[in-house]
Structure formats: structure tokens, C-alpha cells
Write a protein that binds this ligand. Structure first.
Ligand SMILES: Cc1cc2nc3c(=O)[nH]c(=O)nc-3n(C[C@H](O)[C@H](O)[C@H](O)COP(=O)(O)O)c2cc1C
Length: 218
């Protein structure tokens, strides 16, 4: 049982990395082998629209041909049993590095001639973790359910199934008195103390579920 995990946050000890660590622990405790990549430590771009992966003279499945730090990682995807992606929310979407990963990961498996099928040869589960500043009450008002639902649908189409876990109202600063903020450090701490360990527990359960390598039920 092999899982590839991606931290899409530049902060290597932030909320996203903490949630991801919990998910990885949940998977490893269940016997999975997990390899983790910090996307902001790697040099790579998003899709460059070369359409090499859409050439008819190439045998499917095709791995993205762009040569950079991501290429050897994408080559590993052929042989894995689950994928775990964790990202902070930046401007209502995934971080830039996470979006670049998703483009390069998914587009070669997208069947441009028939959107109902995927070139990825197996059905595997994908775990998607988001951490964000907004409180959960604003999640739908801000349209995040639609935006993140679209990403989930993309991953589901190419790989079979995708489950999301969220952490809201995250703490960004150690000392809120030093930075611009729309909340006090006390309010943030109170929310974190009440909720973040539960969010991490949800991430841990996601990791456990991924370690079975079975697609999630709809
Ligand atoms: C450039 C930038 C843009 C952000 N945009 C949003 C946003 O649109 N919505 C939101 O809820 N949080 C936003 N945030 C807050 C982060 O998503 C949130 O604090 C997250 O938990 C940070 O994760 P980290 O600790 O792993 O860095 C933004 C943060 C940054 C740095």
C-alpha cells in the first residue's frame, strides 16, 4: 500500500502541514507506506499546454513530459494506491503550487475524446485537505463549496474518488498584536483550542481510510 502525499503550503510547520502530518500518521499506523513532498521546496511549473499528452501516436497512460522536479514524482503515481493533497486556501482557491500540481497530475489522464473515462488505469482514493481563515459559517456564502467541489470532481473523474477534510478559522500568526488581522489573538486561540484537534482527528481518519486503498463511497 503506497501513498503519495503533497504539502501545498509554503509554511512547513503551519496548519496545512499539521493536518497533513496527522493524515500521514493515520495512514502509516494502518501499515501504509507514505512518501511526502513539500511543493514549495520543489521547482516546477503548472501545465505548459504543449498537448504532448494528447498526441494520438503515444500509448496511454502518459505522464507529463515537462522536465522539472515534479516529473519523477508524477512517474511514481502510476504505481500508487492513494493520493493525499493538503493546501491552504489562497484567494478562495488552492495555493498556486497546489493548482500547478493538480494541472500536471490530472491533465495527462484526462481523456479529451471522452470525458466520461480516464486514462488512469485504476480507481484509487484521493484525500484533499483544505485549511482556511474563514469561519465555517461563511463556507457556502463565499462559494467555497462550489470551487472546492470542482477540484474534487476533477480528481474524482481521473482517479475514482475524492474526500475532502477542512480546517476553518485557522491561526496565522504567533502574536496577533504585531500584524494586521480581523480577529484578536485571544479569539483565534479560543477557536483553535476548541476545534483544531478535532480537525486533525478528521485528517487522521482520512489517512486511515486512504490506507485501505479503496475508493470512497459516493
Ligand atoms: C496569500 C494568502 C491568501 C489567502 N486567502 C485566503 C482566502 O481567500 N480565504 C481564506 O479563508 N483564507 C485565506 N488565507 C488564509 C490561509 O488560507 C489560512 O490561514 C491557512 O490555514 C494557512 O495555512 P498554513 O498555516 O499552512 O500556511 C490566505 C493566506 C494567504 C497567505
Amino acid at each position: 500500500m503506497k501513498i503519495l502525499a503533497f504539502n501545498g503550503s509554503p509554511r512547513l510547520k503551519g496548519n496545512t502541514a499539521t493536518m497533513l502530518d496527522n493524515a500521514i500518521s493515520g495512514a502509516r499506523e494502518n501499515g501504509a507506506e507514505v512518501e511526502m513532498f513539500n511543493l514549495y521546496k520543489m521547482q516546477f511549473s503548472g501545465c505548459i499546454s504543449c498537448f504532448s499528452c494528447k498526441r494520438l501516436d503515444k500509448e496511454r497512460p502518459i505522464v507529463c513530459v515537462v522536465k522539472d522536479d515534479l516529473k519523477p514524482v508524477l512517474e511514481k503515481v502510476r504505481g500508487i494506491d492513494a493520493i493525499l493533497i493538503a493546501t491552504p486556501v489562497y484567494y478562495g482557491s488552492e495555493s498556486a503550487a497546489t493548482r500547478a500540481l493538480i494541472e500536471r497530475l490530472c491533465f495527462p489522464y484526462l481523456n479529451y475524446a471522452d470525458y466520461t473515462t480516464s486514462h488512469f488505469p485504476r480507481r484509487i482514493p484521493v484525500g484533499l485537505i483544505y485549511t482556511m481563515n474563514i469561519p465555517s459559517e461563511l463556507f457556502e456564502t463565499m462559494g467555497y463549496d462550489v470551487t472546492f467541489g470542482r477540484t474534487r470532481a476533477t480528481l474524482e473523474r481521473e482517479f475514482g474518488s475524492c474526500k475532502m477534510v477542512l480546517a476553518n478559522n485557522t491561526t496565522q500568526y504567533n502574536d496577533y498584536s504585531l500584524y494586521e488581522a480581523n480577529a484578536t489573538g485571544e479569539a483565534k486561540k479560543a477557536y483553535r483550542d476548541a476545534h483544531f484537534s478535532n480537525d486533525c482527528q478528521n485528517a487522521r481518519q482520512l489517512g486511515e481510510q486512504l490506507s485501505y486503498g479503496k475508493v470512497f463511497n459516493a
